[in-house]
Design a binder for this molecule. Structure first.
Ligand SMILES: NC(=O)C1=CN([C@@H]2O[C@H](COP(=O)(O)OP(=O)(O)OC[C@H]3O[C@@H](n4cnc5c(N)ncnc54)[C@H](OP(=O)(O)O)[C@@H]3O)[C@@H](O)[C@H]2O)C=CC1
Ligand SMILES: O=C(O)C(=O)[C@@H](O)[C@H](O)C(=O)CO
Length: 275
């Protein structure tokens, strides 16, 4: 399987498993199925209220060492002391000794504490609470500030990215600076994207599904997709997208579906804030 490597050596598989809305006992079962099916990169967040479910599934799997567990710092805890306590709480909730990747969930530029939060993540990494650190939803201006004020760039930037919103500028920034771009909502949350005629045509040409085409397109662009799926059938279907190779022309036709207002919801991180 293709891998992505960041500037400080973090290496991730071609795609990862989204866990938003996989909660409770059913969530544990779905995440265990994903691990059994071969997913190794799991994406969670303090705000998903499922770090406990993720941790339970990881411990049940008996395969902790093969897995890369991600969580995220919420916007309400960007102040240094709160950020450190929140990361420690993520560890308590998962029941794990260390998290593999920890991200700032949203920059919340109106609050203007994301540089302080980044300093806390650096400290947590240096203390061994987490192995690697990154951000989500950061625009070039936010990343430039981290570099200027702390001298360190994230290894990962997790952003909304799918055929309706291809994020060419941020992908180029990531490639130039050795930041792995992860794609959230890579299936457009399962809405109309998966019925678009271009995806349907490309899928037919490869005897694949439109979900697989959307994921293979993301990987071809250099963005690591994080699809969420509850059933083992869809989990297996999505993982198999790692083996699907699209032609340059197919990639270009899918990228052409992008539009400035292509975000699934109104969540432009320069204005939208989440706590
Ligand atoms: N950092 C951030 O700010 C954000 C991060 N994320 C992360 O990204 C992950 C993925 O994003 P998410 O918003 O969940 O949306 P996705 O684009 O992954 O879509 C998930 C939806 O697609 C359906 N689906 C999954 N596989 C298939 C398939 N093969 N065919 C048809 N439908 C399918 C799922 O249904 P079902 O589950 O019923 O199978 C679900 O309804 C999240 O789980 C989270 O980890 C998401 C949003 C923001
Ligand atoms: O899923 C996430 O990581 C989020 O940040 C969510 O808030 C997501 O953006 C959403 O579903 C908002 O309605």
């Amino acid at each position: 399987m293709r891998t992505f490597t960041a500037h400080a050596g973090l290496t991730l598989p071609a795609l990862g498993f989204g866990t938003y809305r996989l909660n409770g006992t059913e969530g544990v079962a779905a995440i265990e199925r994903a691990i059994d099916g071969g997913w190794t990169l799991l994406d969670s967040a303090f705000n998903y209220e499922n770090e406990g479910a993720v941790g339970r599934a990881v411990r049940n799997s008996g395969r902790r060492d093969e897995l890369i567990i991600t969580s995220k710092l919420p916007g309400r805890h960007h102040a240094r002391d709160e950020a450190i306590a929140t990361i420690e709480e993520s560890l308590f909730r998962t029941g794990l000794d260390v998290l593999d990747l920890y991200l700032i969930h949203w920059p919340n530029p109106g609050v203007d504490k994301y540089v302080e939060a980044w300093g806390a993540l650096i400290e947590a990494r240096d203390r061994g609470l987490v192995k690697a650190i990154g951000v989500c939803n950061f625009e070039p201006e936010h990343l430039d500030r981290l570099q200027a004020e702390t001298g360190e760039l994230p290894q990962v930037n997790q952003i909304e990215l799918h055929p309706y919103f291809p994020q060419a500028e941020l992908l180029a920034y990531g490639a130039e600076h050795g930041i792995i771009t992860e794609a959230w909502t890579p299936l457009g949350r399962g809405y109309d994207l998966l019925e678009h005629p271009v995806l349907t045509e490309v899928a037919a040409a490869h005897d694949a599904t439109t979900a697989q085409v959307a994921l293979a397109w993301s990987i071809a662009l250099g963005a690591l997709p994080l699809p969420k799926a509850a059933s083992p059938e869809r989990q297996a279907e999505n993982l198999a997208a790692a083996d699907l190779e699209l032609t340059d022309d197919e990639v270009a036709r899918i990228s052409a579906l992008g539009r400035p207002d292509g975000r699934t919801y109104d969540q432009d991180p320069t204005r939208y804030e989440e706590f």
